[in-house]
Design a binder for this molecule. Structure first.
Ligand code: FMN
Length: 195
């Protein structure tokens, strides 16, 4: 099998379950939502978001140092795409949703999203295109109908991911559903145990 070395920017096109989330930020005391694919789950109590320097949401992040991560379901793919194409600087996005606030008071969250995470910024990393905001998780909320025994249920949440779609064109990306269970974690690998 021959390996090809790709250019560094190919990392943008990783086929990597890159699940876009709706990130909530208050800008000038008003809620705004931005679609973010560059989300990191760093450890159990920290998450990161990478926000382009030109984004309107960045103003709010600098004002309040708080944000929310709202996990959409496949049924909200249009809202995710819209919030990823429209800037709060010129268009209204928050009225698409019913919003609520939690402990931080300045991180707007989306009622209709199955899971919401409130974060307080504890560190930033300025890179050429993005600023990476590292947030400490302050609270997590879930809608009961998307959980089983208080555990978020993937079959009800129906998460989706964003990935290149080269059969439709070199620059085309699409949203893909994740809907097949292929094995139980910490179990299926036991089949490879030897001796
Ligand atoms: C699937 C998808 C993923 C995106 N990921 C990011 C991202 O990780 N970081 C970012 O700054 N913008 C990302 N964007 C673009 C922003 O969502 C978009 O520029 C948005 O209009 C900015 O909103 P704002 O100006 O109200 O902050 C993404 C867009 C889409 C559709």
């Amino acid at each position: 099998m021959e390996k090809k070395k790709l250019e560094l920017r190919a990392v943008k096109n990783l086929v990597f379950p890159y699940t876009p989330m709706l990130v909530g930020v208050n800008v000038d005391d008003k809620p705004n939502f931005i679609t973010i694919g560059l989300i990191g789950w760093l450890c159990y109590d920290m998450m990161s978001i990478s926000v382009g320097h030109e984004q309107y949401s960045r103003t709010g992040l600098e004002q309040n140092r708080t944000f929310s991560i709202n996990q959409p379901t496949a049924g909200q793919v249009k809202e995710v795409d819209f919030c990823g194409m429209t800037s709060g600087r010129t268009g209204e996005k928050a009225t698409l949703f019913e919003t609520f606030y939690g402990e931080l008071k300045t991180a707007p969250m989306i009622q209709e999203c199955p899971v919401n995470v409130e974060c307080r910024v504890v560190q930033t990393l300025v890179r050429p295109v993005h600023t990476v905001y590292v947030g400490e998780v302050v609270a997590v909320y879930a809608n009961e109908e998307f959980t089983q025994d208080r555990v978020p249920d993937v079959t009800r949440i129906q998460p989706f991911f964003y990935a290149p779609d080269p059969s439709r064109g070199k620059q085309v990306h699409s949203y893909w559903a994740l809907d097949e269970r292929i094995g139980q974690a910490f179990e299926i690998g036991k089949d490879l145990k030897r001796g």
